[in-house]
Design a protein around this ligand. Structure first.
Ligand code: FAD
Length: 329
């Protein structure tokens, strides 16, 4: 890394605060800037968001571009696009970093197209080699990974959660927060969000849970997931699932862990009736401790698990719940 690296982090928010993945992107951008004498810019869009802007500065942004307008909340791609592109053109970043969330995956390709920039999505590693950004991401359905670099002056990257160390909060750190007027012509926004509904199920906080109890094909049906919900409650965790379980409708799609689902890295990942396919493990391999329950001693999950039990989960899990619930009584 040699030239000063200027990065722009596009901050997604929830309940008025940046989502935790933003801290990971700021941590990465801050490290690049410190190592090269570069700078970290962040932009935050929505209604209000004063507190979010201050938090972004406290976590390492040198300059926060706060674009506040009721027309920017809730998120809509065609409403956000002109503003993010205007900030990017003003900043001239080597990297525009966006979280690989449904919102980020929707927005990033549009930004790359407008900026005539290269793009790589779902990146889980990133580095500068001889002044060029290189990012790594899974490919071939998670069976391999590729490292790509960019020929354009600006690279747009979407970043997977739980892959980078988050920037620490430094209450005494004050970045430069600038209020940027929206360039939006409200009449040109072609879609309108009519309403939204929060997922209140036990899987809703999957990415921030310290304990994840995940079920797969071995759960045999929705009743198996009822059993896992009880176990998750007893352990104070959240329920996750494999794609097989979600595709069969045994649990909501928002709980899917893996390559095409969520990435989690809890203290404890309890994989129940999950084979351990590479595409599933791509979403949980960074968990601190993986524990597996599976009837098949040769299941790949045991290669990842620190502790494993070869057993029928429909016999073992109720016994486990009984012990945990009786201890809590
Ligand atoms: C492009 C692509 C993306 C993908 N993305 C994802 C993804 O994001 N997430 C994901 O999970 N998958 C994903 N997959 C699918 C993945 O390849 C596997 O098919 C899937 O993970 C298998 O789920 P499973 O292990 O729950 O089911 P199964 O393969 O059906 O395995 C069930 C396991 O349960 C065990 N079992 C059976 N009965 C019991 C019992 N009574 N007690 C205990 N154990 C029992 C079996 O021994 C077996 O190991 C993707 C595939 C592709 C091609």
């Amino acid at each position: 890394m040699s030239n000063p690296v200027r990065a722009l982090v596009v901050a997604e928010t929830s309940d008025g605060q940046p989502i935790p993945l933003v801290w990971e992107m700021l941590g990465l951008a801050r490290r690049w800037a410190d190592e090269t004498g570069g700078a970290v810019h962040a932009c935050v869009l929505g209604d209000g968001l004063d507190a979010a802007a201050v938090a972004l500065a406290a976590r390492g942004a040198d300059r926060v571009h706060r674009i506040a307008s009721p027309s920017l909340s809730p998120y809509q791609a065609d409403a956000w696009l002109p503003d993010v592109c205007a900030v990017a053109r003003a900043v001239g970043p080597a990297a525009v970093m966006i979280g690989h969330t449904p919102q980020g995956a929707d927005l990033a390709p549009r930004i790359a197209f407008r900026l005539d920039a290269g793009i790589a999505t779902a990146c889980n590693r990133a580095s500068w080699t001889a002044g060029r950004l290189e990012v790594t991401r899974p490919c071939y359905g998670g069976k391999a990974e590729e490292t790509v670099s960019f020929r354009t002056a600006t690279a747009v990257v979407t970043v997977k959660a739980k892959c980078f160390a988050p920037a620490p909060a430094q209450a005494a750190r004050h970045g430069d927060v600038v209020a940027v007027p929206t360039v939006l012509d409200a009449a040109s926004v072609r879609t309108r969000v009519r309403g939204s509904r929060r997922d209140a199920s036990a899987g809703a906080n999957l990415e921030s849970a310290n304990i994840v109890v995940a079920g797969g094909g071995g759960m045999k049906g929705p009743d198996g997931f009822g059993m896992l919900e009880r176990l998750a409650v007893a352990l104070g965790g959240a329920v996750g699932a494999s794609r097989v379980a979600c595709d069969l409708g045994w649990c909501p799609p928002g709980r899917q862990v893996g390559l095409s689902g969520k990435t989690v890295a809890p203290e404890l990942y309890l994989a129940v009736g999950i084979s351990g396919a590479g595409q599933h493990m791509a979403g949980c391999v960074n968990s601190k401790t993986i524990v597996a329950i599976n009837t098949d001693a040769a299941a790949p999950i045991f290669r990842y698990a620190r502790y494993g039990v070869v057993a029928d989960c429909h016999a073992l899990v109720p016994a486990l719940i009984e012990v945990l619930e009786s201890k809590a009584r």
